[in-house]
Write a protein that binds this ligand. Structure first.
Ligand SMILES: Cc1cc2nc3c(=O)[nH]c(=O)nc-3n(C[C@H](O)[C@H](O)[C@H](O)COP(=O)(O)OP(=O)(O)OC[C@H]3O[C@@H](n4cnc5c(N)ncnc54)[C@H](O)[C@@H]3O)c2cc1C
Length: 387
């Protein structure tokens, strides 16, 4: 068992940490409040190679794995910049295209994803289907060589920042019953594709959208892979990277919150000469949160290691557990930090309450805690599926 990062991974972690601190949580909040994006940070991370760490070198990436991308997600979040689009663009879209796209799709899209000049977001969730992907109603039908896509998607992150969206649809001949998915790389300016921004109670420079697809015409090569058979493995290929990187983002956010609060409670004095952190009623909840965050980090490390070793099934279990643990730990850490800071915890200046919405959402998306518990009950505990 090895708990150490390699020297290269250590260097990556230190370098990403330095970049994250250069921008910091103040920058993240300022962009969010202004309705702007963290473009400068994204572009600099891309130039430095951090957005493409998991993309093969032949397409301009770093040739690493999800372990490296998880380091990038965690360290930026630990610096107060939890970037959700790292989860959709480099983690999901780049993995799906790299593993299941055609040669032409890899050549066209991966270099831009690697240097950050291109973002591809991901659209699976639908208003009627929710957590039940078998009910997906976005249908792809053939029209000559072309495809026509019709349906609705919701909560799709970053559509306003991306050149393409990876849409999960089903083919017309399988429009009911067990899902036979087909994935399409759709330009965000395609005629027939409309977006409408959702008002969310999350302070974030990244936005969520409703998407309406009305006979969006796509050429044959918009379909991910050589044939419709690529759909199911392509969809599954994105799941483990998604869970592992979103967990890393949660763990980083938890670290950030515990650090902010610990700095504060070690110096704040309201009862004479002793800091409030001397009181166990203040220090123990923070210590408890630190334990939960560290446990989640261990599971993330295990999941990423299994995934990078090609042990997908085991990585699926570990990745789901890591996502669950990190989602809970991040929410606990931010809430505990707010409490430890007292009134200061609710100010913008101290930069912890600004994360309350994001960590709350982390227990729902991209996969809810209940759906993970269903997965664990079924696949680890051998229980019958209840739905
Ligand atoms: C900030 C944010 C960003 C997002 N970004 C994206 C994105 O980029 N792309 C994308 O496709 N989607 C995105 N989503 C959508 C997200 O993946 C879904 O919200 C999530 O999968 C839950 O689906 P739902 O909201 O329809 O909830 P529902 O399925 O309606 O579920 C509601 C509640 O019931 C519970 N529940 C449902 N079924 C069961 C069951 N069988 N057993 C126990 N409990 C159950 C759920 O856990 C949940 O608590 C985003 C969501 C948020 C909040």
């Amino acid at each position: 068992m090895n708990f150490d990062l390699t020297p290269e991974q250590d260097q990556l972690r230190d370098a990403v940490r330095a970049l994250g601190r250069k921008y910091g949580h103040g920058y993240f909040v300022e962009k969010a409040r202004a309705g702007a994006h963290t473009t400068e940070l994204w572009q600099e991370a891309g130039r430095l190679g951090y957005l493409g760490v998991n993309i093969p070198t032949e397409y301009g990436g770093g040739g690493g794995g999800i372990t490296e991308l998880a380091i990038v997600c965690e360290e930026l979040a630990a610096a107060g910049c939890p970037l959700l689009l790292l989860v959709v663009s480099p983690a999901i879209a780049a993995t799906v295209i790299n593993k299941h796209g055609t040669d032409e799709q890899r050549k066209r899209h991966l270099p831009g994803l690697a240097d950050g000049s291109q973002k591809i977001v991901f659209a699976i969730t639908e208003p009627e289907a929710g957590s039940n992907f078998h009910r997906l109603g976005t249908v792809a039908r053939r029209d000559g060589d072309d495809w026509l896509l019709t349906g609705r998607k919701c909560y799709i992150s970053g559509v306003d920042e991306a050149g393409h969206v990876l849409v999960v649809a089903r083919t017309e001949d399988s429009s009911t019953g067990k899902l036979k998915p087909a994935l399409f790389i759709v330009p965000t300016d395609a005629p027939g594709l409309e977006k409408s921004k959702l008002d969310m109670e999350i302070l974030s420079p990244e936005n969520q959208f409703l998407l309406y697809l009305d006979d969006v015409r796509l050429p044959a090569d918009a379909l991910v892979g050589e044939s419709l058979d690529a759909g199911l493995p392509a969809l599954f290929a994105g799941l483990n990277p998604e869970r592992i990187t979103v967990a890393a983002m949660g763990a980083g956010t938890g670290r950030y919150a515990v650090e902010r609060a610990s700095e504060y409670t070690a110096t704040r004095k309201v009862w004479g000469g002793r800091s409030i952190g001397t009181h166990q009623g203040v220090a123990h909840p923070l210590a408890h949160a630190a334990v939960q965050v560290e446990l989640a980090r261990l599971m993330i490390h295990k999941a990423a290691t299994l995934y990078d070793a090609g042990r997908d099934l085991e990585a699926g279990v570990a990745g789901n557990m890591a996502k669950y643990a990190a989602g809970e730990a991040a929410a606990l850490a931010v809430d505990t930090a707010v409490q430890a800071l007292g009134g200061a915890g609710m100010t913008t200046e101290y930069g912890v309450a600004t994360l309350l919405g994001a960590v709350r959402a982390g227990r729902i998306a991209p996969v809810s805690r209940e759906m993970i518990l269903n997965f664990v009950a079924q696949h680890v505990l051998g229980q019958d599926k209840s739905y």
